[in-house]
Structure formats: structure tokens, C-alpha cells
Design a protein around this ligand. Structure first.
Ligand code: HEM
Length: 360
């Protein structure tokens, strides 16, 4: 039990795995418990209402299947040369040192790539980043009137931008995800315009911030441990060791028992993904950062029907971005001890001040 939340918590690898996969639980709030939405926040929740992340079957199944159709492993793998070229370009433009690697590398890589994948103009990447940050801030524990006002303004701007952009792509389809989703809509798959817009916003929002922080946390871990070989195992260890998202909750839909605990419809259970990743029954010496570690799959991308759609893309971005960074900057080092941001919804660094030159 987590007293502050008054909520039961799954913390072991086995229990988190079990809770995330149990179909008697889900992310969608039972209708009888749905909170009243204040009128001024309605635009934000209108967008959320079509988000696959907030839905269960059958709408979740349909929306997710459409996205997966456009998000094939072939499409993702084909992005590799583009990601590599972008990383080199960003390194060519590194400013005078010391500088913040988050702002100059970890942030642009996922934002530019998800914008390209969706077919959104890259010159709008800064707007997307701003809107997205303002919207995601709604998940904070300490929500102020200002955070809410910013989130609503960002939602309105984001929706207006997407509506225009979808209209443009309807007229002139491109070789991008939005055009693929529009084609699916035309196929009679019944992806409504609102669903299409929410799906694009979800992909843009979910598609960068977690990756930004994993890149930041991962670079920090590698530098602190003197590791620079970016193997598949090292990428998995980065994702296990210091994940950007720690907790997701599930609603209970029918009476269910886990271990000694019984739950009824309407209860909530928290899944501590980061704790499951440090479970000594699942991993040897879980507190140790071991880039060669073997072990069960980490829980950082969740599990069950909501398992992260972007996991293959995030893994590819991490692999290439870290490989190119350590190859091009063999003297990369921390210029100060990095601090984690005091925010609720992401576990990530405030900034990552580094130097890349030969040490004097
Ligand atoms: C290291 C980076 C990332 C991490 C740690 C991460 C983590 C997660 C987790 C834990 C969930 C499941 C939440 C739950 O079960 O309640 C999730 C879902 C999702 N993620 Fe990611 N994510 C990352 C990157 C991405 C990227 C790059 C994209 C898109 C391109 C993306 C798109 C999504 C979507 C659309 C969902 C909802 C899936 C569904 O509800 O069926 N994520 N992510």
C-alpha cells in the first residue's frame, strides 16, 4: 500500500508483469467513476477522449491496429540512416563548451524524427515541442491554474495546426504516417477526423519526451561508469537502470485477487515500473549498472495491450544517437554533477552540462 496515494502498488517484476497483462484491469476509467470535467478544461479532455492510451477494447484495438499498420518494423528500420545523419549534423553544430547536451542533442533527435515520420514540417518542431510540453504538464501532481491555462492554449493551437495539416495531406498525400492514417480512414476503417488528430498528437507527445530523458539519463550513466560501447545489451541496460517513466495505474473492472490482496471494481493499482526493474528476484545486483547484463525484459515500456507502440523506434534512436555521440566525442565528460528535475511526470535531468574537448 502507498499511503500518500491510498493505492496498492505492484513493485516486484512478477507482480507488475501480472497486473499490466490482466484483462480484468485497464486504463479507461469506469464510466460510473468518471470525474466531472470543468468546462474550461474540456478542450484538453476532448483530445484525451480519443487517445488509445486512455481507452480499452474495442476502440483501443482499432486505433492501435491502425497505428501499427503505419508503424511497421520496416518503416522504423528505414529511419536508421536519417537518424544517423541528423545526429552527425547536431554534433557538427555543438556550441562553445560547456553546453547542455539535452538542449543540443537529446531533445532535437526524437522531436525531429517523430516530426519527419508523421510528415509534419520540421520548422514547426519548436512549436510542437512547446505545445507538447504544455499538454504533458497536465499529468503533474502539483497542477496550477497557470499550468492548466497553458495546456488549454497549447491544445487549441495543436488541434488547429493538425486540422489544417490533415486537410493539406488529404489534398496532397505524402509518404508519411499522417497520409497512411488518412488512407486508412478512407478505406472505411472508421478513423474519425478527431481520432486522427488525437492519434497524431499522442504520437508527437509520447514520441519524444520519454526518449529525451532516456537519452539524458543514459548518457549520464555511461559517463559515470566509464562505458562507451553501445551494444544492444547496453541500450537495454540504460532503459532498465534509469527509466523516464516510473508509475502507471490501472483501474480494476471486476473483483480480482493478487497475492494476499483483493480488489473490487473501481479500485486502482499502481505499477511501479522502475521498482520492477530493480527487483533482486529478477536481476542480479539490480543497483549495479552493467552494460553487458542479461536478464528478463525490463518493464520500462510497460506490458500487455498498452505496451509502448514506440519501443522499437525509441530503441533505434537510443542505439544510434549514443553510438554516434561516443564515436564523435571520445573525450565527452560531465561538466557538473547532473541534477534530476523536481517534476512528477518524468524522471529526467534538468540539464546535462558536458564538455567534449581534450582535457587540458
Ligand atoms: C524510451 C522511450 C519511451 C518510453 C520509456 C516509453 C514508455 C511507455 C510506456 C510505459 C507505455 C505504457 C503505459 C501504460 O501501460 O499505462 C507507453 C505507451 C505508449 N507509447 Fe511509449 N515510451 C517511449 C517512447 C515512445 C515513442 C518514441 C513513441 C512514439 C513514436 C511512443 C508512443 C507510445 C504510445 C502511442 C503509447 C500508447 C500505447 C497504447 O495505449 O496501446 N512511446 N510508452
Amino acid at each position: 500500500m502507498w499511503a500518500d496515494y491510498d493505492m496498492a502498488c505492484a513493485v516486484s517484476h512478477k507482480m507488475v508483469h501480472a497486473v499490466l497483462r490482466d484483462r480484468r484491469l485497464g486504463r479507461e476509467c469506469p464510466p460510473e467513476l468518471a470525474p466531472e470535467i470543468p468546462a474550461h478544461l474540456q478542450p484538453f479532455y476532448d483530445v484525451e477522449a480519443h487517445s488509445m492510451l486512455e481507452l480499452e477494447a474495442p476502440r483501443h484495438t482499432r486505433l492501435r491496429a491502425l497505428v501499427l499498420r503505419a508503424f511497421t518494423s520496416r518503416t522504423i528500420a528505414a529511419l536508421a540512416p536519417d537518424i544517423r545523419a541528423l545526429c552527425h549534423d547536431l554534433i557538427d553544430q555543438f556550441p562553445d563548451e560547456p553546453f547542455d547536451l539535452l538542449a543540443h542533442y537529446a531533445q532535437p533527435v526524437p522531436v525531429v524524427i517523430i516530426s519527419r515520420l508523421l510528415g509534419v514540417p520540421e520548422e514547426r518542431a519548436d512549436d510542437l515541442l512547446r505545445w507538447s510540453n504544455a499538454m504533458v504538464a497536465m499529468y503533474q501532481a502539483r497542477r496550477t491554474a497557470e499550468i492548466e491555462a497553458d495546456a488549454i492554449a497549447a491544445t487549441d493551437a495543436f488541434v488547429a495546426f493538425m486540422r489544417d495539416y490533415v486537410a493539406l495531406r488529404r489534398k496532397t498525400p505524402g509518404d508519411d504516417l499522417i497520409s497512411t492514417l488518412i488512407a486508412a480512414e478512407a478505406d472505411g476503417q472508421k478513423l474519425s477526423e478527431d481520432e486522427l488528430i488525437t492519434t497524431c498528437i499522442l504520437l508527437l507527445n509520447a514520441g519524444h519526451e520519454a526518449t529525451v530523458h532516456t537519452l539524458g539519463n543514459g548518457t549520464k550513466a555511461l559517463l559515470e561508469h566509464g562505458a562507451s560501447q553501445i551494444t544492444d545489451a547496453a541500450v537495454e541496460e540504460i532503459i532498465r537502470y534509469d527509466p523516464p517513466l516510473h508509475m502507471f495505474t490501472r483501474w480494476v473492472y471486476e473483483d480480482v485477487t493478487f497475492g494476499d490482496h483483493s480488489f473490487r471494481r473501481g479500485d486502482q493499482i499502481a505499477c511501479l515500473l522502475a521498482a520492477a526493474n530493480r527487483d533482486p528476484l529478477a536481476y542480479d545486483q539490480p543497483e549495479v549498472f552493467d552494460p553487458a547484463r542479461k536478464g528478463p525484459q525490463n518493464t520500462s515500456f510497460g506490458g500487455g495491450i498498452h505496451f509502448c507502440v514506440g519501443a522499437p523506434l525509441a530503441r533505434l534512436e537510443l542505439q544510434i544517437a549514443l553510438e554516434v555521440l561516443f564515436e564523435r566525442c571520445p573525450n565527452l565528460r560531465l561538466a557538473e554533477t547532473p541534477q534530476y528535475g523536481d517534476v512528477y511526470h518524468f524522471h529526467g535531468l534538468e540539464r546535462l552540462l558536458v564538455s567534449t574537448s581534450n582535457q587540458a
